[in-house]
Structure formats: structure tokens, C-alpha cells
Design a binder for this molecule. Structure first.
Ligand code: DP6
Length: 349
């Protein structure tokens, strides 16, 4: 027999960024962060997990290609989920798996991203969140989403925020063992559903520094990172929570843009400096800044992760249409030009 479970998880975009770990193995961050989970139509991972007595070892395929599960991050997630597994019984199929059996049975895992990996868009967040969620369902783990988020966190920090839809906060926690470093939902997917997200997939020839090694170098060398984590982010987190609660777009946009810019300033303050944005990213920032200054109140927020792609958040559908018109005029999508393509989505799950 084979028992299978599938799950789908969207990625999330941080509006107050996570950058820097205090513990690399447990993946504990140096500050809280806040994100928006995208709708599952775009940038999501679908994972199927299967268990059978005929499987001889744990194996995993990503986009159809077998990958190694020997890395610490996968092993940590598998171990944590296995230790919480409980008994299941399917009388029709005549299957009974006890808590003890789960420790001995092997798993096959197949995971697909619905977007091209080559686009350089973060996939680890959706990937680890989906893996942990699917495994928890298969193994009848009784923990809630926040407790599961603390397991997904050990796969990739940002993954803990993808266990929820809507607006999500990753609380850094105080415990040394990381038990209270987990995600909570600030507002669900129905809250503030005017927002529209447009991602400009910016062409990049340069090989980017991974988030993991980039943030390690920043922690080791950037004084600005220390100041940001202790002095700046705690205030911004409470201001952002207020802005989200009140659907206050001017404050939301101001905080989102400022936090993205400070994160990239920390990257420049790293030795050697890390350049994630390129000329096209900078030109997109200028266009949005000029537009926002021209209007009475900000219309669009921008944020950039560890790469040149622009994530633009428009205050409503009308603004999103105008924004897209402008982007298509300045940066017509084409693999040979500055922007490869555009992805349009809602914030909700
Ligand atoms: C810039 O979660 O990819 O996107 O924990 O080492 O796997 P690891 O890093 P990762 O870092 C994400 C960094 C970021 C900001 C954010 O998502 O908060």
C-alpha cells in the first residue's frame, strides 16, 4: 500500500525584513519581521508526500529532479515532524500506522513550483512551509499552524510565515531552543483586500549571493545591522501592525519602502558589499518615488528581497492598472530587455 497527501502553499513577501540570525542551526532571527502572503495562483509550491512499507529510503524530487535530503535543514524538519507523529488507521484500506511505525517508515516527497526557478524568485519559503504542512497532515500531527511554523522555520526562516494567509508576523522569540520563535497571523486574507501586488521579474546576469550566506556576512561585518535590529525594527514592527490594522496605506507604504531600503543599505554596509538591486531596480524605485510625491498621498509601495526583482504593492485596482501601464511603457517585458515578465496577484491566500 501507499498513503499520500498533497498540499499547496504560496510564498510570502516581507514588508519588514528578516536579515540576520542569532543561531544558524535553529534559524533564530535577530529581529521580528512582517509579511504578506500571496494568493496561491502565483508563486506557490505543491508538494505530495507518500509513505509505503516498500520505500527503502527517504527520497525527494524538486520539479521532477531528485535532490539530496542529507542537508541539515531537511533532516531537522523531518526529525521534528516524525517526533510529533501520531497513530492513523484507515480501516477500508486495512492500514494502521502506530507512532512507533512512523520512525521506521520511509517517505517519498515530490514538490513543484508553479513559477520558473530561473526567474530568481524565492522558493524556499513556500517550499519548506508546504513540506512541513503536508508531512504534518500525513503523519496526523496535532499541532496548530504556529507550532508547525516553528518547524518550517528550521528549513528556511522566511518559510515560517507561509503557514498563514493574509498578514503574518514572525516573532523572534526569547528561548534559546527556539520554541517561541514562530509565526502568528496578524490579519486574515479577507482583511484589506484592495491591495494588488505586481512583481517585475528583473533580468539579471549576475549570480546572486544566497540569503543564507549574505545574512551571515552582514551579521559578521555590518554595524548598521546591529543598529537596525535593536533600534529601528522594534519601532517599525509596532507601527506596521497599526498601519495594517487601520488599513492606513500612506504609513504602510512609507514603512515598507524605508525597510526595504534599509535592508539594502545593510547589504552595502557588509564587507565585502552585497549588491542585490541593479540599475533597473533603482529606476523602478525612482519612478514610484516620483509618482508618490506627485500625488497627495502615496499610491504604491515597493520592496526588494535578495535579488533585483521589484515587488510593487498598489493601494487598489485602479492604481494597479495605472502602475502596470507605466511599467509596460518604461520596461516592456522581453527576455532581452530590463524586465523579463510581470506577475500580478492578490495578497490573499
Ligand atoms: C531578504 O528565509 O531565504 O527575503 O533562513 O537562511 O533560509 P534562510 O533565509 P531566507 O531569507 C529571506 C530574506 C529576505 C527577507 C525576508 O523574507 O524577510
Amino acid at each position: 500500500w501507499v498513503l499520500m497527501v498533497s498540499a499547496q502553499t504560496p510564498t510570502n513577501i516581507a514588508v519588514i525584513k528578516y536579515w540576520g540570525k542569532s543561531d544558524e542551526t535553529l534559524i533564530l532571527p535577530v529581529n521580528d519581521s512582517i509579511s504578506v502572503t500571496l494568493d496561491p495562483g502565483h508563486l506557490c509550491t505543491t508538494t505530495t508526500v507518500a509513505v509505503s512499507p516498500s520505500f527503502e529510503q527517504d527520497r525527494m524530487w524538486l520539479n521532477g529532479k531528485e535532490i539530496s535530503l542529507s542537508g541539515g535543514r531537511y533532516q531537522n524538519c523531518l526529525r521534528e515532524i516524525r517526533s510529533r507523529a501520531s497513530e492513523i488507521e484507515d480501516k477500508k484500506k486495512g492500514i494502521r500506522i502506530t507512532k512507533k511505525d512512523w520512525g521506521k517508515l520511509h517517505l517519498h516527497i515530490a514538490s513543484y513550483n508553479n513559477f520558473p526557478t530561473a526567474a530568481g524568485l524565492a522558493s524556499s519559503a513556500a517550499g519548506f512551509a508546504c513540506l512541513v504542512f503536508a508531512l504534518a497532515k500525513l503523519m496526523n500531527v496535532k499541532e496548530d499552524e504556529s507550532q508547525l511554523s516553528a518547524i518550517a522555520r528550521q528549513g528556511s526562516g522566511s518559510a515560517c510565515r507561509s503557514l498563514f494567509g493574509g498578514f503574518v508576523k514572525w516573532i523572534m522569540g526569547k528561548e534559546e531552543n527556539g520554541s517561541d520563535s514562530l509565526a502568528v497571523q496578524l490579519a486574515d486574507e479577507k482583511h484589506w483586500d484592495d491591495l494588488v501586488i505586481i512583481i517585475a521579474v528583473v533580468s539579471s546576469r549576475q549570480k546572486e549571493t544566497s540569503s543564507t550566506s549574505g545574512m551571515r556576512e552582514s551579521v559578521d561585518t555590518s554595524l548598521l545591522l546591529q543598529h537596525r535590529a535593536k533600534e529601528v525594527v522594534p519601532k517599525r514592527i509596532s507601527q506596521m501592525e497599526e498601519a495594517i490594522k487601520n488599513q492606513d496605506f500612506p504609513s504602510f507604504a512609507q514603512l515598507t519602502c524605508a525597510d526595504s531600503n534599509q535592508f539594502h543599505a545593510v547589504c552595502l554596509d557588509t564587507s565585502p558589499p552585497i549588491f542585490y538591486m541593479n540599475d533597473t531596480s533603482h529606476r523602478i524605485i525612482s519612478i514610484v518615488e516620483k509618482w508618490n510625491r506627485f500625488e497627495e498621498t502615496p499610491q504604491v509601495a515597493y520592496t526588494f528581497d535578495a535579488g533585483p526583482n521589484a515587488v510593487l504593492i498598489a493601494r487598489n485596482r485602479k492604481t494597479a492598472t495605472l502602475l502596470l501601464q507605466r511599467l509596460l511603457y518604461y520596461f516592456p517585458p522581453n527576455p532581452d530587455t530590463d524586465v523579463d515578465s510581470y506577475i500580478i496577484g492578490d495578497k490573499s491566500i
